[in-house]
Design a protein around this ligand. Structure first.
Ligand code: ATR
Length: 264
């Protein structure tokens, strides 16, 4: 039986096993997918198990998406450009790191038919996932991409490679059309960004990359202000779908049943 893992720390919130195992059953694949809480010191040990074939593939989440890179032998262009890996597999006996977060976010925005080509989009945060979100927004021909992070230096570091983005001060809420929470704040239900969005008078899209909990404080307050709100569920499904297709050469349907699995 082929074995797959999602590695991270923390990892308890991950719904990847639920989704991948559901698709295994749907497609009669003899495989098992589990989550693994990992300490940094054990990262290379796990990756080496992909090399020996003991493990057939890994998904990688916070805080290992960048840390895993030195353990790998080849990066896809997407992983190289973002310095972020969320999918690992063996190809021609080489350990390959790929990034399916970019496609995941892009397809999630396409899924809701939100056209960003005439939009001012603000991203909150400058952690590991942010270069992927920026790449996806670029693929979507977004008009203007703004980046705001509590620690401004980290946002500036991202801009060094992606000069087309504009850095804004923490709290400088302008006339944005879409605001994306890409910080880790919200994983605990009571987490509060401490930002005030009341100056935004028109109806805009608030998007939270977090999908568990379903409604972060960020989304709840936006909903109460009558904005459009989306959590990271579809991004999560699409990035998983991309990994699944890569590993198994099978494309599961993303139907109501699939979405329900993640929503339960
Ligand atoms: P990763 O492992 O994905 O790189 P990270 O570097 O811990 O994650 O990034 C988490 C993001 O959430 C950062 O943008 C962080 O802001 P700082 O760069 O200022 O640390 C943001 N974040 C975490 N806690 C926050 C808080 N209390 N207020 C505002 N932003 C916060």
């Amino acid at each position: 039986m082929k074995k797959y893992f999602v590695i991270g720390n923390p990892i308890s919130h991950s719904l990847s096993p639920k989704l991948h195992n559901f698709w295994f059953r749907k497609h009669n694949l003899n495989a098992k997918y589990e989550k693994l809480l990992l300490e940094k010191d054990n990262l290379n040990k796990i990756v080496q198990k992909v090399k020996t074939g003991e493990i057939s593939g890994l998904n990688v989440t916070v805080p290992f998406k960048q840390l895993i890179i030195p353990c790998l032998e080849k990066l896809s262009p997407e992983a190289q450009n973002t310095q972020s890996v969320n999918t690992v597999y063996l190809e021609n006996n080489k350990l390959v790191g790929h990034n399916t977060d970019i496609a995941g976010f892009e397809l999630a925005i396409r899924h809701i038919k939100f056209d960003t080509s005439n939009k001012n989009v603000l991203i909150l945060g400058a952690g590991g996932v942010v270069p992927s979100v920026i790449s996806a927004l670029k693929n979507l021909n977004t008009k203007n991409i703004f980046l705001m992070n509590r620690t401004k230096e980290k946002a500036q570091k991202i801009r060094e490679k992606l000069e087309y983005i504009e850095i804004v001060d923490w709290g400088d809420i302008r006339d944005f059309d879409m605001i994306i929470n890409a910080t880790s704040l919200g994983l605990n239900k009571e987490d509060d960004l401490g930002l005030n969005f009341e100056s935004i008078k028109k109806k805009i899209l608030f998007y939270d990359l977090i999908y568990n909990p379903k409604e972060t404080k960020f989304l709840k307050s936006a909903r109460q202000m009558m904005h459009i709100v989306e959590n990271g569920k579809m991004m999560f499904i699409y990035q998983a779908h991309q990994s699944f297709t890569l590993w198994h050469k099978v494309m599961p349907n993303i139907d109501k049943e699939t979405i329900t699995i993640v929503s339960e």
